[in-house]
Design a protein around this ligand. Structure first.
Ligand code: TYM
Length: 339
């Protein structure tokens, strides 16, 4: 039996703007989890430099970090209750990541599908940081001994690696149960939101077509237009969930509707059974506009005062460090460092 106190940690990268997949797959669940357990939410700025770093990127990174923090708050994370901070302000993440680099095995990292996707054909030109990215992610979680990690489906393999690292550290240092084995929390009808242009591809920040995704900052017209133009098939909507099989675009839009309306996929299918896409898309556009535009408006309001966001991040980082420092001190003792 694990003796660890329940604690939630999760994070998002400040690269481009956040989209509906980030919101439904992760952020919306974070807001709910605040009522269930203590939480920490991080803006992972150090992960954001694994692919694109340099002078030209500096301002973009700073702005995107503030924007992600504003999105957390606008979506309903309460910074008074829940520390919101950027990773770079808590050096313990990087410190633990180095030790974990020496615990994790090359063979484990070689299996990571996200590295293969992101590095593309020219693996040798990818940064070393991109390769060890999941090790830093394990450190993000375990430096707080966090037990629950709410994420979208695409992070599942990284969380399995975090569990392997925790287990190996505990074994190697003969400290059974020192680190918890963190549980992925992948819940809701939209754990993998797909592109609006191609129901077999994940909705992603890096897709060239802006019509493939709904950004959290899109206005009502853009949201409605993207939904109206979303790819569909010629058949009416089915009257049972099974009828969505082999219809990835229909399934994706139904899942999005279910997640935005807080109802089950079955109830959503029943609501639109036998209808044409045109009517369903109008209903989905209305719902998405009603749910998302208040978040965008609140983000704009918050971003008008960057100083206040920086204060939230600093205060969050101070509170996070107070939790991470004692864990790091224990780790150093276990490793044998004079500290
Ligand atoms: P990132 O920044 O790519 O995505 C942030 C969160 O959004 C989820 N997500 C999606 N969910 C459903 N459908 C989609 N199309 C979709 N696209 C993205 C992701 O699963 C994620 O939950 N490695 C992480 C960031 C990270 C982290 C951590 C997360 C760093 N350290 C520690 C948890 C704990 C990432 O790149 O997420």
């Amino acid at each position: 039996m694990s003796t660890h106190k329940q604690l939630v940690l999760s994070g998002m990268q400040p690269t481009n703007t956040l989209h509906l997949g980030n919101y439904l797959g992760a952020l919306k669940n974070w807001v709910r989890m605040q009522n269930e357990m203590p939480c920490l939410f991080c803006v992972v700025d150090m992960h954001a430099i694994t692919q694109d770093v340099g002078y030209g990127r500096r301002k973009e990174l700073t702005d995107a970090t503030r924007e992600v923090a504003a999105a957390y708050i606008a979506a309903g994370v309460d910074p008074e209750r829940t520390p919101i901070f950027n990773q770079a302000q808590v050096p313990e993440h990087a410190e633990l990541a180095w030790i974990f680099n020496c615990v994790a095995r090359l063979g484990w990292l070689d299996r990571m599908t996200q590295f293969k996707e992101k590095s593309g054909k020219h693996k040798e030109r990818a940064s070393v940081g991109l390769y060890t990215y999941p090790v830093l992610m394990a450190a993000d979680i375990l430096v707080y001994k966090a037990t629950h990690v709410p994420v979208g489906e695409d992070q599942k393999q990284h969380l399995e690696l975090s569990r392997d690292i925790a287990q190996k550290f505990n074994n190697d240092f003969q400290a059974p149960d020192f680190f918890p084995l963190p549980e992925p929390v992948i819940t809701g009808p939209a754990t993998r939101v797909m592109s609006l242009r191609d129901g077999t591809k994940k909705m992603s920040k890096s897709d060239e077509s802006d019509y493939s995704r709904i950004n959290l900052t899109d206005d009502a017209d853009a949201i409605a237009q993207k939904i109206r133009k979303a790819k569909t098939d010629p058949d009416p909507l089915p009257d049972a969930k099974k009828g969505l099989e082999g219809r990835p675009e229909a399934e994706n839009l139904i899942n999005i509707y279910a997640a935005l309306s807080d109802q089950s996929v079955d109830a959503t299918v029943a609501q639109f059974a036998g209808q044409q896409f045109s009517g369903f898309k109008n209903a989905l556009a209305d719902l998405a506009v009603a749910r998302l535009t208040p978040i965008a408006a609140e983000m704009r309001r918050l971003l008008a005062d960057p100083g206040e966001i920086d204060r939230v991040l600093k205060s969050g980082a101070d509170r996070a460090r107070a939790l991470a420092a004692p864990v790091m001190a224990e780790v150093k003792k276990l490793v044998g460092f004079i500290a």
